[in-house]
Structures are given as C-alpha cells and as structure tokens.
Design a protein around this ligand. Structure first.
Ligand SMILES: [Fe+2]
Ligand SMILES: [Fe+2]
Length: 334
C-alpha cells in the first residue's frame, strides 16, 4: 500500500483536469460537486474569464501554457488557485489507486474534524457560554435545545433508516442494525423531559423546528442516501466521539433545572455512553478496507460543510431562544 503523503501531487497538478463542469448561475461561477453547488470567485479575474480559465483546465495543457491566455494572473497565483481546487476535490485524480486503510483514513479525517470543531463549533456563542466557570445560560435556551433535539430525534429515521438499506458488509450491517435498534424512538425520551415543563406531544405536533435543525436533518438524509462513508463520519460528532460525560446534562444541573426535566435527558445521554455510540464510526472504519486519495480529499472537504451546519444549529438555538417571547414556534400561529 502506498502512503498518500509520500506521493508528490506535482505531476498531477502540472497539467490539471477539472473533474466537474463549471457553469454560470446568477452571474457567478458555480461547480456542482456530488449535488453540492460550490461558488467560485477570484479577485484577479472577472466571472467570464474565470469560467474560461476553469474550462482551460482540461488535462492537456500545462499551467505555464494556460497562464499565457490569462495575462493578469501570475504563475504563483495560478498554482495556488489549482491547489485550492484540489483541496476541495475538484481536480480529477490520476492517483485514485493510492489508498489508505479505513483506520488510517479515519485518523486523518479526525485530525481535520478536531481542528474544525475546535476552531469553529466550540468558538460559537453557545459553546463559549458552556465553557464559562460560572454558567449563566438562560433556562429558555436549555429548554429550546431540548425542543430542537426532540425535532431532530423525531426525524432520526429519515437518515438512520436509508443507511440500513445499503449493501453493507457483515460487521458494518450488524453495527448499524444495533445502532438503529438502540436509537429507536429516542424522541419519546426527550418528550418526557418536555412534559415536565408543561409541553405535550400535541403541542409539539403543532410546532416547527428551527430552519437549521431541519437543514441538518435534510443534509444527513442526503448523505445517508448518497454518501454512506460521509454519513458514518458524521455519527462520530453527533454521538459524541470524545465525550466521557454529557456537557448539556452538566449545564442543566449547574443552572439548577428541575430534576423531572433533567432525568430523561440524562437517561438519553447515558444510552450513548453505555452503548459507546461515540465509538461507532471507529468500529465502522475498521471494517472499511481502503479509502482512495480522491475520496479522502472529498470527505475532508465535506467535513467543512457539516461542521458549519452543526455550528449554525447551536448558534441559532442560542439566538432564537434568547429573545423568543414563546418557547414553541406554533404552526397554528402563522
Ligand atoms: Fe439517541
Ligand atoms: Fe445515540
């Protein structure tokens, strides 16, 4: 097995070939990669020239030759631009035969993930406040998070079910079946907590999740149906890969919320800890024989989108429930 890091990409990037077709949409250059539209901009070239430049990346001409047709751009700028495209898995690979084992690939992916979580998620207003010595989070935000968790778990079958229909190999299939079994109807556990603060199931039927909650559910459903490897990766974050205890439960206790609210939330968190859901992604990747260089770059790049969505979820919970006059966003109020 060849180590990806040991192989220089210089030759491939010497005469690069764009892997997807660029298009102009609403005056901007857009490339759709695996169903996700990516918007491209440079300060050096106007939109039409940028499109021409992307079309010139046909794998037949060297960067030096391409540069002649785009006078303002320097050699360094062009090389940097192509490297950025490559980091986002937009340059076609001639190195697809290079691969790492599932575990090796996951180590790399976890490095990227940890960096993103540390630099983005844990810097947002919700998690910053959770890390304070004296926690002063308004109760409504903690109740609001439970409401959004309920909406999320109510829709968990949207994304946990399609993955079961994939042709997974023996061990992965077993792990996912057990996981589905463990997760079945967890919305009802959170419902008990919400009942304790006077919110009934009928009330929740009449409410809408926040847009970021729903978009997270939709994205996971998309990945579960179309990109199982990436979906497996998201589980490490959603199920708390590094958690020895649950921060949310801890904060609810510190703020002094009622035991009747905390208990069901804590029993849900304990299922994760007891059944080691945080370790599930590692167990799955142990059973994946290899990840090729292109897919590894693609997975890394998609992690940016996932962490941004997860970050938006917590930020919106904080922003909405801080000032919301009512806890429930009722459909009947529209
Ligand atoms: Fe759960
Ligand atoms: Fe879980």
């Amino acid at each position: 097995m060849e180590n990806i890091d040991a192989v220089p990409y210089a030759n491939r990037l010497f005469s690069p070939r764009l892997a997807y077709k660029p298009e102009i949409e609403d005056g901007s250059v857009v490339i759709e990669r695996d169903g996700i539209p990516l918007l491209l901009e440079t300060e050096v070239l106007p939109t039409d020239k940028l499109l021409d430049l992307l079309n010139a990346l046909d794998g037949k001409r060297t960067l030096d030759e391409i540069k002649q047709d785009f006078p303002p751009i320097t050699c360094e700028e062009l090389a940097e631009f192509v490297e950025t495209l490559d980091r986002n898995a937009l340059i076609d690979v001639t190195d697809a035969y290079q691969f790492k084992s599932g575990v090796e690939a996951l180590f790399e992916l976890e490095d990227t993930l940890n960096e993103l979580l540390h630099d983005k998620l844990y810097q947002n207003v919700f998690w910053k406040n959770c890390q304070q010595e004296r926690v002063t989070i308004p109760k409504n935000i903690l109740y609001g998070l439970a409401i959004e968790h309920y909406h999320f778990l109510f829709r968990q079958n949207y994304f946990d079910a399609p993955i079961l229909a994939r042709r997974n190999t023996g061990e992965i299939r077993e792990l996912m079946l057990d996981f589905f079994h463990d997760e079945y109807r967890h919305d009802t556990i959170i419902l008990k907590a919400l009942n304790a603060i006077g919110i009934s199931e009928e009330d929740l039927v009449d409410t809408m999740p926040l847009p970021t909650t729903l978009s997270l559910c939709n994205a996971l459903t998309y990945w579960s149906n179309n990109d199982p490897l990436f979906f497996f990766l998201t589980l490490s974050v959603l199920e708390g890969k590094d958690l020895a205890k649950d921060t949310y439960v801890d904060i609810c206790k510190k703020v002094g919320l009622d035991q009747a609210f905390i208990k069901p939330i804590e029993s849900h968190a304990n299922i994760n800890l007891k059944h080691q859901h945080g370790n599930l992604t590692r167990l799955i990747f142990k059973n994946i024989p290899h990840v090729d260089a292109f897919n590894l770059r693609r997975l890394k790049s998609t992690l940016h989108l996932f962490v941004a969505m997860y970050d938006n979820f917590y930020t919106e919970v904080w922003q909405h429930y801080t000032d919301a006059p009512k806890l429930l966003r009722r459909v009947s109020d529209i």
